[in-house]
Design a protein around this ligand. Structure first.
Ligand code: NDP
Length: 392
């Protein structure tokens, strides 16, 4: 059905590659590209697909990307590199007239925080060029946006209050490690908490608002209020939402390590000079910590990510909870990765599949909730992330 280039062969990219390679009628030709050729070779070896191409590319460099795209002539570029590369890859797609998909909102390397402004600004040019960009096709953002679109389409006349709840009950046996790219993860959770209420964004000191919740499949955990990018697009596309919040669980040991690392300055993203070399302490930390992509074989337990929606149906107040439970060990058996990479990579593959099949089509830049949730929801059940719903 189409040719794809997958850029960024880390934890998430590896899952997208595994899952896409199993659907050769849809993903007819696959090129794995990354900053280091060895990352692509490693994934190709794991998949065992000799017909998969590999390429080295610097995704910070638009010309480098353009020459790879011109050589391979793909229908779609899937970006599972870092959020820093979103704009350069979008720019290369625009120059070459190729569709684009990513899993995370653009971030400026030197500035903490993220917002859709710079990616949404591409809408007019993508539309004019007749191509499509699908933003945030991971789990959260990604499946959580689709869950909300499903609630809106199938269960509510009006959605009022939304809580997005992300629990990782996984245990890798290490005192401290992150389950996806450490630098991106720590930048996300050390910034101010932020939520939306009555038309306004309200901020809270980092990790200061928390309470406990009994997560299906995981159990009772402390969850902390964080800012997360899907809230920005959801309030844009569903303006009737009165309040939306995002919550994530953290264990005591994780928070203790984080506090110490912050106190000693190791989470700083500004550069310091050491023996004449300038480097951000967070990058040093990343270099000495375990690679999240290698945690799969040692991680046990489950994740549970979902949304609770309060609203009105047929004139009555309703409350529904929709979620997926993903088992780290089952994910490892399926594709050799832990559940965080899995829960991100499977939706990225499904988003790409929706685009190649033409089930999700458009010209311009789109978020997940702008399309019909039904075919995506069916594929979640078919490709390893089954969901469940409860009336609360
Ligand atoms: P990793 O660090 O494991 O992988 C990132 C990959 O990007 C690496 O393989 C690296 O290449 C590659 N890369 C980095 N810079 C460049 C560059 N300049 N050119 C080409 N390749 C580059 O991260 P994860 O797999 O954990 O995360 C990938 C993405 O998924 C991130 O954007 C993250 O924010 C997002 N994510 C989204 C989630 C969601 O639910 N929406 C959840 C979790 C993650 P190499 O190995 O060759 O050096």
């Amino acid at each position: 059905m189409g040719k794809v280039i997958l850029i960024g062969m880390g934890g998430v990219g590896s899952v997208v590659a595994h899952k896409s390679a199993r659907l050769p009628d849809i993903f007819e030709e696959i090129t794995l590209a990354s900053r280091r050729a060895q990352s692509c070779e490693k994934v190709r070896r794991l998949i065992g697909g000799n017909d998969i191409d590999v390429a080295q590319v610097d995704a910070d460099n638009v010309d480098d990307l353009v020459s790879l795209i011109e050589k391979k002539q793909p229908d779609l570029v899937v970006n599972t590199a870092l959020p820093y590369q979103d704009l350069t890859i979008m720019e290369a797609c625009l120059r070459t007239g190729v569709n684009y998909l990513d899993t995370a909102n653009y971030e400026h390397p030197e500035r903490p925080g993220f917002e859709y402004k710079e990616q949404w600004a591409y809408h007019g040019r993508f539309k004019e060029r007749g191509i499509m960009a699908l933003l945030g096709s991971g789990f959260d953002p990604g499946v959580t946006n689709v869950f909300i679109a499903h609630m809106n389409k199938n269960h509510f006349d009006e959605m009022k209050y939304i809580d997005i709840l992300d629990a990782n009950g996984g245990d890798h046996g290490l005192p401290f490690a992150t389950n996806f790219n450490l630098e991106i993860n720590l930048r996300e959770i050390t910034q101010e908490g932020k939520y939306y209420e009555d038309g306004k964004w309200k901020t809270t000191p980092p990790l200061s608002v928390h309470d406990s919740f009994d997560f299906p499949g995981v159990g009772k955990r402390e969850k902390y209020l964080l800012y997360h990018e899907e809230m920005e697009s959801l309030v844009k596309h569903f303006p009737e939402i009165k309040r939306i919040r995002f919550w994530m669980t953290f264990g005591e040991s994780y928070l203790k390590h984080l506090e110490v690392l912050q106190n000693v300055g190791m989470t700083r993203i500004d550069e310091v000079e050491v023996d004449g070399v300038k480097i951000a302490p967070l990058k040093v930390l990343q270099a000495v910590m375990p690679n999240p992509a290698d945690l799969g074989s040692r991680t046990k337990g489950k994740t549970c990510i979902g949304c609770i929606v309060d609203g009105i149906r047929d004139g009555e107040e309703k409350r529904r909870y929709i979620y997926n439970i993903c088992d780290h060990e089952e994910a490892y058996r399926d594709v050799g990765s832990q559940a965080i990479s899995y829960t991100t990579g499977v939706p990225a593959m499904i988003g790409a599949k929706m685009m190649l099949e033409g089930k999700w089509a458009g010209k311009g830049v789109f978020n997940m909730e702008q399309f019909d949730p039904d075919p995506f929801m069916a594929d979640l059940n078919a490709y390893g992330l089954p969901w469940q719903e409860q009336v609360l």
